[in-house]
Design a protein around this ligand. Structure first.
Ligand code: FES
Length: 139
């Protein structure tokens, strides 16, 4: 049954990663600041959330990696459909929520699927203030 549900979700492009409440992050100039310790989904490696609105031109995906780091991407597959992304459980990878499932490594490089360009990855820094995501610093 879950196979059918997963198939239908991919047909319409529904991801599993949830949007983070706008109460839990802020945008200061071109930087996002959030407290990962206050975000249930980011407390454990493998978790992820995405942010949108509040002055962001594009949604942003934040992933807590199995290596206990945080990585951040513009949450948009580079294939023509431009669908959002989910982390792949148990793998260091992100997968597009479309039926074509382009898959990327955690540096944004393409692993498989029809996408032709790597993801836009943003610099992230862990500070005493929290996580700072530099929207204008692409890596
Ligand atoms: S939109 Fe991602 S593979 Fe088509």
């Amino acid at each position: 049954m879950s196979g059918i549900i997963d198939f239908l979700k991919s047909v319409v492009g529904i991801c599993n990663t949830k949007e983070l409440s706008s109460d839990l992050w802020r945008l200061e100039r071109k930087n996002i600041i959030l407290q990962p310790g206050k975000v249930m989904e980011l407390k454990k490696p493998g978790g992820a959330v995405y942010l949108k609105g509040r002055g962001l031109s594009k949604p942003i995906l934040v992933v807590h990696t199995d290596g206990d780091e945080y990585v951040c991407f513009t949450n948009k597959c580079t294939h023509i459909g431009g669908r959002r992304l989910d982390p792949v459980p148990g793998q260091s990878a992100l997968r597009c929520c479309s039926i074509s499932h382009s898959t990327y490594d955690l540096k944004g490089n393409i692993i498989s699927g029809p996408a032709k360009k790597k993801l836009t990855r943003h610099k992230v820094e862990k500070t005493d203030e929290g996580l700072i995501i530099y929207l204008d610093k692409k890596i």
